[in-house]
Design a protein around this ligand. Structure first.
Ligand SMILES: Cc1ncc(COP(=O)(O)O)c(C=O)c1O
Length: 389
């Protein structure tokens, strides 16, 4: 696997010396993706009417087909959107909620998605219900049991992360989907972190709706995401922007959401070719091993235990910061900035459950020494901040 690690930094446009240990917040596009996007943009602007009439429909179909093949789905069941939040909103705003219905989600859900649930429920007179999942150390059995215990007779929809943002927990989606099918509850997956990270085939997950990002773990340009909808649910689902093709089918409606620059979506085949060149299995193996090794090294160096259980972990893990630093956003921000300015480590530090945590990521351009550097730098920065606030 000597083609993965720091050598892959050349595929990206990192600032000199920057060590990115926070792939999770925004992902990072490959250099090749940005070049492909720039080419599409030029092609468009050389003759925009001709591009949108003749070139775009075919190119969009090719991009969808490439993505569908990668995701184990059919191209007709996928629509491009700008981000995972947009897909979640499209489903929630299309969903036939009635007064008194319940929409279930979990305590680990993403803030923006919680707001979208609240908004949809408020408009329909429905109720958001949240099932508490432990932030640290939950097991798949416990998660499934807790969700089962909160599905009431009025529950119509479960909104569930594929991979939770703060705790980095990978939810056991197949088991959750099977449970919901038995209970007549539809499942909408917030897959912001799923594609290119967790192994899955959309046709086999058993969920109803999946909103996934390309711009995080697939390394596409920003604004590249998709919504997948099970065939029999598609007629009720509309994009956030209603345009010319209302009621002419899912693919047609999502295929034209008003004039926009689609160059990011069209770079998808190039990105997937880059990924295939690395080898999907190699990526999974390398990043999985690197995450495990990084967690082990940090746990040992700091005398702590990661929140993200090994059995439900991908290429991210959330680890307590040693000692008892103030668990505030202000302190988290100060520590994050010092690690960036002084140590060139870009990290994600969060204050949750009365503690300060760091969420690390391990991707194809990282190597073991990145985490050894963090293991040493973070306690040093904590001491320095404590001594000269
Ligand atoms: C779990 C989860 N859902 C949704 C989002 C939002 O993603 P986007 O801004 O691409 O819509 C994020 C972003 O980090 C996330 O972690």
């Amino acid at each position: 696997m000597n083609h993965l690690g720091h050598i892959r930094r050349e595929d990206f446009c990192f600032e000199d010396g920057l060590v990115l240990l926070n792939h999770g917040s925004f992902g990072v596009a490959t250099r090749g993706a940005l070049e492909a996007q720039a080419e599409w943009r030029l092609r468009l602007e050389r003759n925009p009417p001709n591009f949108f009439r003749h070139v775009f429909p075919k190119a969009l179909n090719e991009a969808r087909a490439a993505l569908a093949a990668y995701l184990g789905a059919e191209a007709e069941d996928l629509g491009f959107i700008d981000n995972a939040t947009a897909g979640v909103n499209a489903v929630l705003r299309s969903f036939p909620l009635a007064p008194g219905d319940e929409v279930l989600s979990t305590s680990l859900g993403y803030g923006a998605v919680r707001n979208a649930i609240r908004y949809a429920c408020r408009r329909a007179g429905a109720h958001p219900v949240e099932v508490a999942i432990p932030f640290a150390g939950a097991s798949a059995d416990e998660i499934v049991a807790r969700i089962a215990g909160r599905i009431g007779p009025r529950c119509k929809l479960l909104v569930i992360d594929h991979i939770a943002s703060e705790s980095a927990l990978v939810f056991p989606l197949e088991r959750i989907a099977a449970l919901c099918r038995e209970r007549g509850v539809r499942v909408l997956v917030d897959g912001a972190h799923g594609p290119g990270h967790a192994p899955f085939a959309l046709n086999e997950l058993g969920v109803d709706y999946y909103s996934g990002n390309g711009h995080k773990w697939l390394c596409t340009p920003k604004g590249t995401a998709f919504l997948w909808v099970r065939r029999e649910r598609q007629s009720g689902v509309h994009p956030l922007v209603i345009s010319h093709f209302l009621d002419q089918g899912f693919a047609a409606e999502f295929g034209w959401q008003g004039t926009r620059d689609p160059s990011n979506w069209l770079s998808m085949p190039d990105v997937l070719a880059w990924r295939a060149g690395l080898g999907e299995e190699n990526v999974r193996h390398y990043c999985g091993q690197l995450t495990a090794r990084a967690v082990g090294a940090l746990e040992q160096a700091w005398g702590v235990r990661a929140a993200t259980p090994p059995a439900l972990r991908g290429f991210m893990a959330t680890i307590p910061i040693p000692g008892e630093p103030p668990a505030t956003r202000a302190f988290a921000e100060k520590l994050r900035q010092r690690l960036l300015d002084e140590d060139r480590l870009e990290t994600q530090i969060i204050a949750v459950m009365g503690r300060l945590w760091i969420r690390i990521t391990a991707f194809v351009y990282n190597a073991e020494e990145d985490y050894d550097r963090l293991a040493e730098a973070l306690p040093r920065r904590l001491n320095l901040i404590a001594n000269q606030p």
